[in-house]
Write a protein that binds this ligand. Sequence first.
Ligand code: SME
Length: 160
Amino acid sequence: MINKTSEYEIAIAQIKAITANESDLIANMANISSILFNGLSSLNWAGFYLYKNTQLVLGPFHGKPACIRIPMGKGVCGSAAAERLTKIVQNVHDFDGHIACDSASNSEVVVPIVRNNMLIGVLDIDSPVIARFDAQDAEYLSVVVDTLVDTMVDEVPVDL
Ligand code: SME
């Protein structure tokens, strides 16, 4: 039996420690995907898509290679991004429009990343176990996303 609380508490403590004093978005996403992938049970993919020019583009992740571009509104990621709502999918094969990147995936959770009302991207986690994710996962993963958003600073133009 998975002890979700202890897995997430350890992972979130590691994420807070490793992202403290670091504002580089890609570096923080890379470490967060590693910590989640290695620290949470029964995952086959954990990573990020970034919102760029009206679509989602693959960002740092752990797991097998994944589809690179996802249009807004398409798949679980595109739906979560377009609606800016967390999506928990018990069985991806029942989700209309699910984008299969790894045939091992059976369930999925996607949390949108929003800063100052602007969409930054999504955190996407996949599992081979049906119904692996529930409201408790969504709650902890929103803490992960909030931690990431808190590390972001406004870019200052270099020629100022
Ligand atoms: N299954 C996702 C696509 C991304 S991969 O799972 C990494 C979707 O339907 O949006």
